[in-house]
Structures are given as C-alpha cells and as structure tokens.
Design a protein around this ligand. Sequence first.
Ligand SMILES: [Zn+2]
Length: 218
Amino acid sequence: MTDEPMDEPTDRPENEPTAERRDAPAAEPAWHDVCDRYVAQLAPPGLHLTQALANSTARTPADYDPLHELTAAQPWVNALTREWAAVHGAPEPRIELTEPGLDRVRRLRTTVRAILLRDGESTPATLRIPVDAAIDGERVELLPTGVDGQWLESAVGAELVLARRDDALRRLKLCREPGCRTAFYDLSKNNSKVWHNADTCGAPQRMREYRARRRAAD
Ligand SMILES: [Zn+2]
C-alpha cells in the first residue's frame, strides 16, 4: 500500500498534466493493484501471483498494463516477489527482468488466462515448468527455480499445481463477459459464479439473451 491519497488532490495546479494512462500505479505498486482496479474478489494467498498476472492485462486501451514495457514491469515483478516472500515466509528473491524474460512473462500470462478461462471450447492450455520439489513424509513443497522470467513461470506453475491439489484452482476464474474477463475468486458455496460482478457484467449477457429471445419470437 502507499500513502497516496485515493482521490485526486484538490490543490493540483490547473495546467499540470494528469497521468497519461488511467490506473497508472504509484512508484511502488502493490501486487493486488491490478485486481483492485477491476474490483475483483481476491484469491487466497496461494494464488496471489497467478491472479495478479491474469489481471495485469489492460481491459481497455486506457487501462494500465504493467507488462507493456520493462521499466514498468520490473517494479511490478518486485511487488510480486515481495508478496511471494511474505506468503511463504522466505527471503525475497531478486528477479532482474530482461526483455526476453518479459516476453516469457507475457506468454505465461496468455497461458494462465487460457487455463482460467474454461469456456469449454478452447484447447486446454499446457504449462510446463521446472520447480524444486521438497518432499518428506509430511508434506510437499514446490519452490520456484530459475532466473528472470523463468522464476515467475516457476512460481506461478507451483501455485497452480498446489491450488489444483487443494481444490482451490477451480474457484479462480475469468469473468464470462467477453469484454471483461477479469480473474476473480468465487467464494460462493457451490462455486457457481460466472461473472466477477453480476450487476456490471451479468447485465450485458442478460440483455443479449433477451434480444435473442425477442428475435426468436418475431
Ligand atoms: Zn466481469
């Protein structure tokens, strides 16, 4: 979190330019900024990197995409590694992103979003990842390995595997509304939500269905 005020400061000089892109993050972004801007229900800690990555896409051209360039991606990845360290009680890994590493993270995002979409039509996405596995009689621990974008690939892959094992992964989904596709965590008892916000994203679908019924009746 930052000390930035939530609202526009009232003492802004009249000619001072406002941020070029809406939602441009403060100098120190928080991992969940990209989820909060779409008002997405947050996943449990074990899926934070996955959800943040999925929601880092720009929903409209005016939305901020931290992966659009290296200078924006590095502080954002730092926020993710900070969060990973906090969740796992581990030292914070220092990940230096390169351009090829950033490309790798962008491809990872595409794959993760395909995994979460589950529209029943797309080809299932496959993510092959190296991880360090520590296994004893009591538990299994998957630790990310690699440098640059590979580390994030490994960390997100480990989250997906463990969340699948714990039956939490099926609750992390992309909103059904094609113009939205926000990644949200479904807390409903029977895991039945399809929209991240039934008011804003369910309404267009209901309108389309209504029109289709009208056309069919005519
Ligand atoms: Zn939505």
